[in-house]
Ligand binder design. Structure first.
Ligand code: SAM
Length: 293
């Protein structure tokens, strides 16, 4: 079974990028009255305690969301994301971090629908328990099953408006190929959906290839796309004085969106350099933002 647990990473720089993009997309997509279906293929546990044992062990939020201190003059998209996180907390310091299911639910209207997939039995149980407390009834459905396969039955959605977030842990090398296959299939089932894929930027050929594959398949399908990346530090392995190799942890990640809302690029333009300024850890910190189609 998988060992990845998002609780160790909640609120890290990758979540800041991913969830800022998610909030910006949802803001736009909920402007129209027609019902929106949000599909979260890899939902995680839903809510995380930043002062809990998992989070304390790695302290990744300290280098991520907690750097967006209140009082900083944030770009609108980053300020919007920070205010969504603040909505789950009282006081100045965030102790609770909302994962993608709770961020989505926070921004959806009563007639929108949220479908959540989580395969890890413990996280699926925690997710179901957290969601039950929302008393959202039929608005939210939790599936303890494979998200790559599970989403198929919801495409196309009833009101023909959907946002799909695909955020695997990429613990298994085959996840990269499964992402590309799922997006290819989803575009055939529902060509006008918005498809957002998070991926790690690490020295691994599959990771390197994924945005290129997504760009190619979006272009072949005649769809617009947007690609945003955030690097916070060098990916080099260093050696300590005692001769021990030190891996840097996740140095960078990207969000690739097919059929992005037309407002997304302008929203990210001022937010990404600010993420670099606030979260960057060394001179390798940088962002990328390109679009096409
Ligand atoms: N999307 C969440 C968020 O933003 O708050 C975080 C998700 S975490 C990066 C990835 C999750 O996918 C893990 O909880 C893992 O257990 C789950 N997972 C792994 N393989 C899966 C699969 N095939 N289908 C559904 N969930 C899976």
């Amino acid at each position: 079974m998988f060992s990845y647990r998002h609780a160790f990473h909640a609120g890290n720089h990758a979540d800041v990028l991913k969830h800022t993009v998610l909030v910006a997309m949802l803001r736009h997509l909920t402007e129209k009255d027609a019902a929106l279906t949000v599909l979260d293929t890899h939902a995680g546990a839903g809510l995380y305690r930043l002062d809990g044992d998992y989070a304390q062990t790695s302290g990744e939020a300290a280098d991520g969301v907690l750097k967006l201190a209140s009082g900083t003059d944030l770009a609108p998209a980053l300020a919007d994301y920070a205010s969504v996180v603040a909505g789950f907390n009282t006081g100045n310091k965030a102790r609770v971090y909302p994962g993608s299911p709770f961020i989505a639910h926070h921004l959806l209207r009563g007639h929108d629908r949220l479908k959540l997939f989580e395969l890890h039995p413990t996280d699926a149980r925690t997710l179901a328990g957290n969601i039950a407390q929302l008393e959202a009834g039929r608005q939210i459905a939790v599936f303890s099953e494979d998200g790559f396969e599970g989403v198929k039955k919801f495409l196309p959605p009833p009101a023909r408006r959907a946002l799909l977030l695909c955020d695997p842990s990429y613990e298994i090398k085959s996840d990269y190929a499964r992402v590309a296959a799922m997006v290819t299939d989803a575009l055939k089932r529902f060509a006008t959906g918005t498809y957002a894929v998070w991926y790690p930027i690490i020295p691994r050929p599959e990771a390197h290839d994924l945005p290129r594959r997504l760009k190619t398949l979006a272009t072949k399908a005649g769809k617009s796309w947007l690609h945003a990346t955030l690097t916070v530090k060098s990916s080099k392995i260093t050696v300590t004085a005692a001769g021990q190799e030190q891996r840097p942890g996740l140095p960078a990640s990207g969000m690739f969106v097919i059929n992005p809302p037309h407002t997304l690029k302008a929203a990210l333009q001022p937010a990404l350099p600010q993420m670099v300024a606030l979260l960057g850890q060394d001179r390798h910190a940088a962002f990328g933002l390109e679009s096409g189609g």
